[in-house]
Structures are given as structure tokens and as C-alpha cells.
Write a protein that binds this ligand. Structure first.
Ligand code: GH3
Ligand code: MG
Ligand code: MG
Ligand code: MG
Ligand code: MG
Length: 299
């Protein structure tokens, strides 16, 4: 069914309703957490980021509307789908719920099947949304936003477990000439091929992202500066010897393109332990690589 179990938070003060719902959702494969009031839910949400929240409105402390508004104001939580489940069945109640930021509203008593169907529609849409929001459209690599998120997480891991990471900033040399010589379409093709090349020559755990234009960044986990330099040097040299062949329609004329790249490296914790600082050090190293002849690595 689900690849990784989706995590649903139920906020419901009636223990009987709450537990029925919980065991039903667990039976169909969800991981379920339960909070019996708004205060508990707030505490839970400062630690955890569930995939969806089922929210009762009448709670012993703050009401569900208020909790929903609070969730919508928290950056990390604001996109979590919220389904109100309430005995309040007035038109006004529903409108207020949706205006507070609820994605859906279902009245008690309800059929479990209906709630489940609504949950699945929303989660399916969220999966598509997440997939799109982390990818670069042209190359299919991760995008800069996703890279930044992951770098922050990985830096925490470095601090916790002490295993280093290295960031490689990669910029294609004289890429403008590729566009000028062969046209933008071939340029786009080369960008896509470069991503493929990097992914094929890196470890599965390494993350390739498009940082902007013809600049890419690789997040190399559990690897220090020296090993990362050896790894990236192999890639730099393999790329220097590779030829990308574009079949230009309609005659499928073969266009051979060769590129080189300049690479700047920065490692955590050796060079810096702040994500932004790591990126700017890699960028500075890249700048030096560019100014000392290109087609080289600087760390
Ligand atoms: P350098 O060695 O100094 O990096 O030279 P360069 O020509 O690679 O660098 P410059 O910054 O002068 O030019 C980058 C070029 O990359 C210009 C821009 O049109 C091209 N570019 C950026 N994004 C895309 C894209 O999505 N598709 C294509 N085809 N070209 C792109
Ligand atoms: Mg209640
Ligand atoms: Mg360039
Ligand atoms: Mg550039
Ligand atoms: Mg730059």
C-alpha cells in the first residue's frame, strides 16, 4: 500500500470516538497519533510534523478553529492538510472552519469510509505537490529549495553523529558558448545530460540539485574534504573525456558537445558548520577555480 506509512494526527477530546478512529486508521495502514486537547496538540506539533490532521472543533481548551489558525501560521506546519470532524453541522460552522484554514469538513456522525476516501484524495494530492515542489522542471534534479532543506538537516546530523559532509558547487565552463554555438535546445539537453552523468557517477545517497542556470550543487554525505575531492576529481576528469550527442530533428543530425566544469568544495565541520556559510565557501572556491583556469577543483 503506502511506501512509507503516512502519519495522521487526531485531535479529539472524546476518548471513545478518538480510539475508534485511531484503530480504524491503523487497520488501513496509517501511523496514528492522538491528542485529547489543543494544548497537547500544540506540544506534539512542536516536535512532530504529521502528514495530515483530523481536528475536532469542540475541545476542552482552545477550540479547533483556533488551533487550525495557529497551525496555518507556523511555517513548518502550514501546508499540513486539516480535516475538521465535528458535531457542529451548521453552515456557519463549516464556513468558519474552511476560513480558518481547514481543507475539508465532515460532520458527526460520519462513515469511516467517507473520511478515509477524503483522507486519501488529499494525501495523493500532497504527494504530487511534494514531488513537484522539490524538483527542477528541466533536468528533473532536485531544486535549490529542496537542497537547502536537506543541507540544514544533514548539518544537524553532522553535529549529532560527527560524520562529515561536503558540498560541491559545480559550474559549467563557458556554457554560454554552447548556447551560442548550437542553440538553446542543445544547451538544455546538455544540462539534462550533466545531471544524468552526475547521478550515474555518484553514490545513491548523494543529492544532486540545480542551484540556478548552469550551476549545480551536490550534497555528499558522510564524506570528508579529501575523499570528496578524490570523488569529484574522478567525475571532473570523466566529464572532460565524455561527449554528449544530441540528435537534432528532423534529420537527426548528430551534434557532439563536450563540456568541462569547475568545482568548489566546502566541508562540514572542517570549513564551517552553518549551512549558508558552507554554501558561500563552496561558491568562493568555485570562483577561484574559475579564475585559475577552469576545469578544476578548488577546496
Ligand atoms: P563561466 O565559465 O565563467 O561559467 O562561463 P559561462 O558562459 O558558463 O557563464 P555565464 O554566466 O557567462 O553564462 C551562463 C550561461 O548559461 C548563460 C545562460 O544563457 C545559460 N543558461 C542558464 N540557464 C540556462 C538554461 O536553463 N538553458 C540553457 N540552454 N542555458 C542556460
Ligand atoms: Mg469534541
Ligand atoms: Mg558557467
Ligand atoms: Mg554560472
Ligand atoms: Mg555563483
Amino acid at each position: 500500500m503506502q511506501e512509507t506509512k503516512n502519519h495522521i494526527l487526531i485531535v479529539e477530546d472524546n476518548p471513545l470516538t478518538a480510539n475508534q478512529l485511531k484503530s480504524f486508521l491503523e487497520t488501513v495502514g496509517y501511523k496514528v497519533s492522538l491528542c485529547l486537547n489543543a494544548e497537547q496538540a500544540r506540544n506534539f506539533l512542536t516536535e512532530e510534523t504529521p502528514d495530515l490532521i483530523i481536528l475536532d472543533i469542540i475541545l476542552p481548551d482552545t477550540d479547533g478553529y483556533e488551533l487550525c489558525r495557529w497551525i496555518r501560521e507556523e511555517t513548518r506546519l502550514r501546508l499540513i492538510p486539516i480535516i475538521f470532524v465535528s458535531a457542529k453541522d451548521g453552515l456557519d460552522d463549516k464556513v468558519v472552519g474552511l476560513q480558518a484554514g481547514g481543507d475539508d469538513y465532515i460532520t458527526k456522525p460520519f462513515a469511516m469510509e467517507e473520511l478515509l476516501a477524503r483522507i486519501e484524495v488529499i494525501l495523493q494530492r500532497m504527494r504530487v505537490f511534494h514531488e513537484l515542489s522539490m524538483r527542477d522542471e528541466l533536468t528533473g534534479s532536485y531544486n535549490r529549495r529542496y537542497f537547502n532543506e536537506r543541507l540544514t538537516e544533514e548539518v544537524h546530523r553532522v553535529k549529532r553523529y560527527g560524520r562529515p559532509l561536503t558540498v560541491a558547487m559545480i559550474d559549467i565552463d563557458h556554457f554560454k558558448q554552447v548556447n551560442d554555438t548550437y542553440g538553446h535546445q542543445v544547451g538544455d539537453f546538455v544540462l539534462t545530460k550533466l545531471v544524468e552523468f552526475l547521478q550515474n557517477n555518484l553514490r545513491k545517497s548523494d543529492l544532486v540539485a540545480r542551484f540556478g542556470g548552469e550551476e549545480f550543487v551536490v550534497l555528499l554525505t558522510e564524506i570528508d574534504a579529501d575523499s570528496a575531492e578524490r570523488l569529484m576529481e574522478r567525475i571532473r576528469s570523466a566529464l572532460e573525456n565524455a561527449t554528449f550527442i544530441y540528435n537534432r530533428e528532423p534529420l537527426f543530425e548528430k551534434i557532439s558537445v563536450k563540456i568541462t566544469v569547475s568545482i568548489g568544495l566546502a566541508s562540514c565541520p572542517k570549513d564551517a558548520t552553518d549551512p549558508e556559510r558552507i554554501i558561500s565557501l563552496a561558491d568562493e572556491a568555485l570562483y577561484i577555480a574559475k579564475n585559475t583556469g577552469r576545469n578544476r577543483i578548488v577546496k
